[in-house]
Structures are given as C-alpha cells and as structure tokens.
Design a protein around this ligand. Structure first.
Ligand code: PLP
Length: 382
C-alpha cells in the first residue's frame, strides 16, 4: 500500500450528510468509472469483496433463477456456493483449475438453452487461487454468438486496476471488485459496476435485500451522498489511488504487471518448477501460482520462507492445498520488490530441500534488465 494513499486517508472523518461531503463522494463515484471503463453507475459498498458478490446476485437475479458459473478455482466455487444460499440454481462448468473459462463450452451450453432459462453467466476474471485469467471479451462474443439474453457477471476482485478490464467495450453487465488488490487500498470497500440491462433486471428481481439494494444507492449517489454511512476515509484513499493509476497510465500499469508476471515465470521455469496455469494467453499478470514437485508440501516451503525471510506467500486453497504456493506481483510493486521476492523463494527452496535448479533469480534479473524502462515494448513482445 503506497504511503501516498495512507496519507490521503489520514483526514478527520467528515459528516457524510454534511454539505462538504458531496464533493468527495462525487470524486470517488466518478473516478472509479474511469477504472472500470464504464459510463454507467458504480456502486461503492463499505464491505469486503464477498459483499459485492452477494450484492450482484441478490439485485440482478430472483430465487429459482438458473445461472451458469465456471469453476475456474476456489473463488469461483465459493461464489457458486453463495448463489445456492439465495436459492439460485447454479449450473457449474468444472475445469481442472489450470485455465480460464472456456468460451466455446459456454456458447455451446447457451445454444442448447432454447427457452432462455439461464439468466446469468458468472465468471471470475482473475482467479486468485490459481493465477489463471478468463478472456472476458471472448465470453461476451460467445453469449452474442448464441443470441442469448443472459447477463454477463464478472468477478474482477483481483483483476481490476492490474489486468486490462473494459466494462462497456466488453459488454459486461455486472462487474464486482474490491479495494484491497490492484486499487492498492486496505480491505473495506467493494464495488458493483452495473449496465442498464442489469438495472432493468434488478427492478424485476424478487430477492429480499436492503443493505445491498442498488436502487437506493444509485438514487443517493446522484448528488454524491450515500443512503447509509459510507467508508468515508477509504474514499479519500480511493480518490488518491485513482490519481496514481492515471498518473502512471492504465496501459502502463497493465504492462508493468504483465512484465512482472513474465519475469516470475522465467524464474519458475529455470527452477524446473511448474506454473499452475497451462494456457499462455491466460497467464495472470497479478500473481503466479507455482506447483511443488510430488512428495513435497508447498505449505512447508511457505513456512520455511516465512520463518527465515519474513515473507508470506499465498497458500494453495482447498483442492490445491499443499500442492502450490502463490507469488503476488500486483499493486504498488516494482522490479526490486520482485527481485527480493524471488530471492526469498530461491533461498527457501534450498533450505526446504525442494528439488530445483538454481539460477531462477538470475534469469528473472536478466529479463528485467533487458526490458528495463520498456514496459510497452515488453508487453508487446509477450
Ligand atoms: N473473488 C476473488 C477473485 C478474490 O480474490 C477474493 C478474495 O481474495 C474474493 C472473491 C473474496 O473477496 P473478500 O475476501 O474481499 O471478501
């Protein structure tokens, strides 16, 4: 989290119903649209990402509605479980957790739904548990090719502001995000970007809701206010984060993340380890999940690295627990931070006696050196 953002939040808490608040509210509400790349409203909740998941489902859908959800990993599976709790009927397309959602499979499923019983297609843009992305533009094309009216709902909780995302251009109906990833803020804000079509669906929805209701939020937000207490100080941080992202330029931010992903994968391959994601077009620019060889436990490696180098790596979740560890390279992150991260892992692999070849860090450094200051070039080369 950049100091600049922490300092921006270090303000007296304003009266959120007072006359001065609207200016802050409008700056945050208008600014976040430039990150989602949407012209319509973005709802800001004082909650973690799970709240925004729930909000998307309870506003746009009604009990008994069918939705197709692609289980690209742990987070996609949690979202499907949440849907069941609201009496939605998710049809889960399973994967091996080593790729994104398959647009062809989705198109085929939608073509077979002649009666248009499926009300939504739900996918995770960047599956944080596996380091695989889904190609949202391709999924939009699949829905259109099947001439199907289902809403496209996208969890971009760990994608937004790190991986390219274009709400309007890609025809997304509901996008869900959170503050604590690419936006470089603490946890505590979450978002629903919503299309006209999704708002229409919400007006017909019969699911009980109050806190998450889009209608009251959108009405109050028009003047920069909120129907209940917003995360006031987080909004100062959000406005600063949006400034920082535009100062760097969103395309440069995305290219920086892709370049760090590439450097990380070069290190991993030199070590002789396997990247969890098997599809090059779907490599996550946000994080890289690395499989440890059979007979070794990724959690033991993680604990050796934590104990010796005070570096906490992401663990394998549910189905892949112990099988992989995750290297985050997102947000306020630069070449030397990545160099330190990879060094900690290479030393940890030695100490934990995980079979590997040395030289991964050197290989990543060579790549960083040869592409230094050329993020656009590096991105194009990818
Ligand atoms: N979806 C994805 C892709 C996530 O990475 C996360 C959290 O990491 C969530 C949903 C859940 O969000 P939260 O933990 O903020 O409630």
């Amino acid at each position: 989290m950049p100091d600049r953002i922490l300092r921006a939040m270090d303000m007296p808490t304003q009266d959120h119903r007072g006359p001065g608040f609207a200016a802050l509210g409008l700056r945050a509400l208008e600014g976040i649209k430039t990150i989602f790349k949407c012209a319509g409203p973005v709802i800001i909740y004082p909650s973690s990402g799970t709240g925004a998941w729930e909000a998307a489902l309870v506003n746009a859908l009604s009990p008994g509605d069918k939705c197709v959800m692609v289980e690209t990993g742990h987070f996609a599976s949690l979202w499907a479980n949440l849907a069941k709790k609201f009496d939605l009927v998710p049809e889960v397309i399973e994967t091996d957790w080593r790729r994104g959602a398959d647009a062809n499979l989705l198109e085929d499923r939608l073509r077979r739904d002649a009666g248009h019983e499926i009300k939504a297609v739900c996918v995770v843009h960047n599956e944080t548990s596996t380091g695989c992305t889904s190609q949202i533009a391709e999924i939009r094309k699949a829905i259109d090719a099947a001439s199907h009216p289902a809403l496209l709902m996208v969890d971009t909780i760990s994608g937004l502001a790190s991986a390219d995302f274009r709400f309007d251009e890609w025809g997304v109906d509901v996008a869900i995000s959170g503050s604590q990833k690419g936006l470089m803020l603490p946890p505590g804000l979450s978002f629903n970007a919503v299309s006209e079509k999704a708002i229409g669906a919400s007006e017909a929805s019969t699911t009980a809701k109050s806190y998450w209701a889009w209608g009251e939020m959108i009405a109050a937000n028009k003047t920069g206010y909120f129907p209940y207490t917003p995360g006031t100080n987080m909004l100062y941080g959000l406005v600063e984060a949006i400034h920082m992202l535009h100062e760097e330029g969103l395309d440069n931010v995305f290219a920086r993340h892709r370049r760090h992903g590439e450097a990380t994968r070069r290190a991993v391959r030199t070590w002789g380890l396997e990247v969890q994601c098997e599809v090059a077009e779907e490599y996550s620019p946000v994080l890289t999940a690395v499989r440890v060889p059979d007979g070794h436990n990724a959690d033991e490696l993680r604990s050796v690295i934590l104990k010796n180098f005070d570096m906490s790596l992401g663990n394998g979740l549910s189905k892949v627990q112990g099988k992989l560890f995750r290297i985050g390279h997102l947000g306020d992150f630069n070449d030397l931070m990545l160099a330190a991260t990879l060094s900690g892992i290479e030393m940890g692999l030695d100490l934990a006696e995980v079979p590997h070849q040395s030289g991964g860090v050197a290989c990543a450094l060579d790549y960083l050196k040869s592409t230094a200051g050329k993020t656009e070039h590096a991105a194009a080369a990818e």
